[in-house]
Design a protein around this ligand. Structure first.
Ligand code: GDP
Ligand code: IMO
Ligand code: MG
Length: 420
């Protein structure tokens, strides 16, 4: 069977930590979309790791880790990541498998991403500049290169054709066309990757399912960054919702059992775009400080705000979430009150639905203040020992979403996780 775990907000919900915790009970962890725009943090035995492309099961000796066809891969970044996790003791050459159908991020995709962001000026998306959009554009434009192509005798010719096309586009956007500084290391990384296990991942994954293996599909980004349902155009270029697990791994919807939706006890967003509950004030600053809300990939400060229930319910609906998992509840320790947005005020009317365009003028959150909880949450040994005000917060979310919060995380470490 296959379970899917994904983010319900704007990314960075703590997916990596939860996958690392849960995959004790799984045989396989598989990434299905996104690329090195993702930064999934794990903290194991006091050591912190950030994974960008490698699935978060890599530190579990028994786990097979698959990079699915829906992922976009930068060989240079992946090589660096493999070296890092191998040095930390992960059995990466044995346990990592890559789909031949995953698309390649070329050095020109990075230059194109930077040039198009620059050309957008104030309207920029705030991309991670990892070449994600241009790579997915080439995929849907049917001119992309896939990892399986690196074994083709024509690889260099195909590469040169595509890179040449990109250079013309970059030149048109008045971007940086200095490719010579990037190419040698990139080609070296492509050679390095050849020692990995390349698979026809759709067959491989379905065979594992027939063998009765337990697979956890690990989402990247968050539902509000989904290309179809996120806050378009301030989104990423893949389907981050559960449907993406089907297309990004080649599994049928009927195979999916549980959908775990991870959310923070508040909200964050990095990059541009609408954020109805944003706290552009001292409270927001305090949450950023206490929650160390700085991007795991880019180091950019994350914008912070109260929990947004209309957006959460929307994400639950789109993904068919069966279980909620709440992270970073500890960050709100010590607040007298904690805000929750249950509805929006849209030009004088109250709505609990997300409007077509969240950027619309006249949209403001209707926020309720709930009693906060004290520092004992840090030391609470299990949910039963948590402060009553915290339990009321959890019960309120459960009532509003009609779903159980089946896991609560109160710290970056594996041990700071309660199952309910
Ligand atoms: P991901 O992209 O969804 O995997 O999340 P990130 O790793 O980008 O960001 C989550 C951050 O919060 C990381 O620094 C984690 O170590 C940290 N984290 C995860 N869960 C908790 C938690 O329950 N409490 C606290 N304080 N930090 C957490
Ligand atoms: P994880 O998996 C948070 C945001 C970027 C930008 C927008 C588009 O760690 O949760 P892109 O580089 O994809 O073209 O950027 O999406 N973004 C993320 N924000 N977490 C992520 O991944 C993100 N991946 C992309 O900041 O606003
Ligand atoms: Mg992240």
């Amino acid at each position: 069977m296959i379970d899917v775990l994904l983010g319900l907000q704007w990314g960075d919900e703590g997916k990596g930590k939860i996958v690392d915790f849960l995959c004790d009970k799984y045989d396989v962890v598989a990434r299905f979309q996104g690329g090195p725009n993702a930064g999934h943090s794990l903290k194991i035995n006091g050591q912190s790791f950030v994974l960008n492309t490698i699935p978060s099961g890599i530190f579990r000796e028994h786990c097979i880790n698959i990079i699915g066809n829906g992922v976009v891969v930068d060989p240079l970044k992946l090589k660096a990541e493999i070296e890092k996790v191998a040095a930390a003791g992960a059995n990466v050459f044995a346990n990592l498998y890559i789909s031949k159908k995953a698309h390649l991020i070329l050095p020109t995709h990075l230059l194109l991403d930077a040039a198009s962001e620059k050309a957008k000026g104030d309207a920029k998306i705030g991309s991670t500049l990892r070449g994600i959009t241009p790579t997915y554009q080439d995929k849907t434009g049917r001119s992309g290169l896939r990892l399986g192509d690196i074994f083709s005798p024509n690889f260099k010719t195909k590469y040169a054709e595509l890179a040449g096309k990109h250079l013309q586009m970059i030149d048109f956007l008045s971007g940086d066309t200095d490719l010579a500084k990037l190419e040698p290391a990139w080609f070296e990384a492509v050679e390095f990757l050849k020692q990995l296990k390349f698979i026809d991942s759709e067959y491989y994954v379905n065979d594992l399912l027939v063998q009765g293996k337990k697979i956890l599909a690990e989402g990247a980004q968050g539902s509000m960054l989904d290309i179809d349902f996120g806050t378009y155009p301030f989104v990423t270029s893949s389907n981050t919702t559960s449907a993406g697990a089907c297309t990004g791994l080649g599994v049928a919807p009927s195979r999916i059992r549980k959908v775990y939706g991870v959310f923070k006890a508040y909200c964050t967003r990095v990059g541009s775009g609408p954020f109805p509950t944003e706290l552009d004030n001292e409270i927001g600053e305090l949450i950023r400080k206490k929650g160390h809300e700085f991007g795991a990939t880019t180091g950019r400060p994350r914008r912070t705000g109260w929990l947004d229930l209309p957006a959460l319910r929307y994400a639950i609906m789109l993904n068919g979430v069966t279980d909620l998992m709440m992270t970073k509840a500890d960050v709100l320790c010590g607040f007298d009150t904690v805000g929750v947005c249950n509805e929006y005020n849209l030009k004088g009317s109250i709505t609990s639905q997300l409007p077509y365009d969240l950027c619309e003028d006249g949209l403001s959150p209707k926020t309720t203040d709930m009693p906060g909880w004290d520092e004992t949450l840090y030391i609470a040994n299990g949910y039963d020992n948590a402060p009553d005000t915290f339990k009321s917060y959890v019960k309120y979310i459960e009532a509003e979403t009609e779903l159980p919060v089946s896991l609560i995380s109160t710290g970056p470490e594996r041990e700071k996780t309660f199952l309910r």
